[in-house]
Design a protein around this ligand. Structure first.
Ligand code: DTR
Length: 340
């Protein structure tokens, strides 16, 4: 009798497990759809702050139907492996800095050219519009959820840099389009993703870095770099991308929530970045004794003149690769006017 009951229970178990196996993933557990979101820098930095904000909005707007599990600090995917990791499905969603793979994203990386992008809010909107206009092939294998940029880059250094003569040969860390700019000014440009920079600074491999200034506070670079030279140049572009199968599996209403968030998140992040840069700079000056160096008009003119050939060279190189490079530059310039 009890043996009969045992095999009945076993049979029922197999029957139910088969049933479960064939149900589509979202309904299987009867719980929320769980999506993994990978990010490369530490949790307090702006790419992760915007990730938590996106998670909060998605969970709220899908009324608990979706749960986003976040992985900051490169615990699931690291800076340079982000795009391929998402394509392969190691994470459902990933946040990447396009400047770390300059050749891979030629159209969207054009935003790093010295074209006078004034702040992160405007630059993020320009980047988003540029992406929507050209829908570059580099993103064909993923679903792009949003894009944004950093604020313009400035020099943070252990030694004061007041003139072009001061920057000659100084090892400074920068990636992507910003590298061309440092080279033009005569610095010894050292390339590496942001998470590797604290160690390089501590060990003295570099004497400073070229980035948006919120890192003075978020990475505590103000403790090592006591000088900031204001140049307000290159912004770095970021993208948040989703694995195509993960995207296609989502119910339409969830897809709509994410679609609608694309531009909103881009503006949110730009605004957060601009405010946070101002706050970090004030903190650095007040509590860390950081000196902010503003180049004189004549000195600034010398620096700017060295950047003039960069855009022309980029147009030449990219045209040779078959891209509508001159048009892209024109578009960026007119979008800046529109959003300013
Ligand atoms: N400026 C780029 C990107 C960047 C700026 N702030 C952060 C914080 C965390 C990661 C990346 C970035 C860079 O220098 O890498």
């Amino acid at each position: 009798m009890s043996r009969k009951l045992g095999s009945f229970v076993l049979g029922l178990f197999f029957f139910l497990s088969m049933f479960c196996f064939y149900m589509p993933v979202p309904v299987m557990a009867g719980g929320p759809i769980v999506l993994n979101y990978a990010n490369f820098p530490p949790a307090p930095t702006f790419p992760c702050v915007q990730m938590e904000e996106w998670k909060r909005k998605v969970e709220e707007r899908t009324k608990g139907k979706v749960l986003i599990q976040t992985y900051p600090g490169g615990t699931l995917l690291k800076a340079k492996g982000m795009m391929d990791g998402v394509i392969a499905g190691t994470a459902d969603i990933g946040c990447l800095c396009m400047a770390y793979q300059p050749g891979r994203f030629p159209i969207t990386n054009a935003i790093s050219l010295p074209l006078g992008l004034p702040n992160s809010t405007v630059a993020s909107l320009v980047l988003w519009e540029l992406y929507k206009k050209y829908t570059p092939r580099s993103f064909a294998k993923v679903k792009v959820l949003t894009m944004f940029t950093t604020a313009p880059s400035n020099i943070m250094s252990k030694i004061p840099i007041r003139t072009l003569e001061d920057i000659k040969g100084v090892p400074l860390r920068a990636s992507g389009g910003a590298a061309q700019i440092l080279k033009a000014w005569g610095a010894n440009r050292v390339g590496m993703p942001m998470p590797e920079t604290p160690e390089a600074l501590q060990k003295g491999v570099v004497k400073g870095l070229f980035s948006s200034l919120e890192v003075l506070k978020d990475f505590k670079f103000a403790e090592l770099c006591k000088y900031v030279t204001i140049t307000n140049t290159a912004v770095y572009p970021f993208a948040v991308v989703m694995n195509m199968d993960s995207w296609n599996r989502l119910p339409k209403d969830v897809q709509k929530v994410m679609e609608d968030l694309g531009r909103e998140q881009c503006i949110w992040t730009g605004t957060y970045m601009d405010n946070h840069v101002a706050e970090a700079l004030e903190w650095s000056q007040k509590t860390q004794g950081v000196e902010v160096i503003k180049l004189s008009k004549e000195e600034k003119a010398r620096w700017d003149k060295l950047l003039d050939p960069i855009v022309d060279q980029w147009v030449k190189d990219m045209t040779a690769k078959g891209l509508p490079a001159a048009q892209i530059v024109e578009d960026i310039k007119s979008m800046i006017k529109k959003y300013e």
